[in-house]
Design a binder for this molecule. Sequence first.
Ligand code: ADE
Length: 226
Amino acid sequence: MRIDIISALPELLESPFRHSILKRAHDKGLLDVQVHDLRAFGLGRHKQIDDYQFGGGAGMVMMAEPLAAAIESLQAARSYDEIIFMTPDGVLLDQPLANRLSLKKNLLLIAGHYKGIDERIRDEFVTLEVSIGDYVLSGGELPAAVLTDAIGRLLPGVLNDETSALFDSFQDNLLAPPVYTRPAEFRGRRAPDVLLSGHAQAIEDWRLEQSLQRTRERRPDLLEEE
Ligand code: ADE
């Protein structure tokens, strides 16, 4: 899979994809993330990318022309399954959306800044608008990194144990059960005996029961869905 990200602050995206699971995905040739500096498409000598908003009001707006030029230069090389604008007024990112996007081949993410981007870019190019939560961040870079991580780890072959993403919280609408590792006793707290019992069926039953209990306590809304 390939993910292109257009950003006015590409430095913010230098590190997130260079470590751990996403690095492994890259090294295995499963995920190619390319970050593109919007400023390279800026207007005039100053490479302008934002301007005052029509009608007045605080905050700059990212201009249509540089964004259109950046998008079209990328579209000249490949066609995109989705062009995604990261914005607090988009659809909320959840596991089913990450699952669905992980099946695509080419994604283009737009990280906005300032007050937002000229609405005509949304009308003309954007096919999906995604929010990572009901709070406002100072730009779309961290949301783009969050979305890329959520998608990248789902690609077949990225996780060592291919089945492990299936047991994540939110797959099946359940939160994940608690996990333990050595030592069996830590400061007087013992790991549950069942996990040390070696009985595969008993362990599976215990994990499901714990998942259900945790979901009932913390996120009953997940059990009410569907
Ligand atoms: N840009 C700023 N805040 C955001 C959010 N919560 N989700 C996606 N993009 C954003």
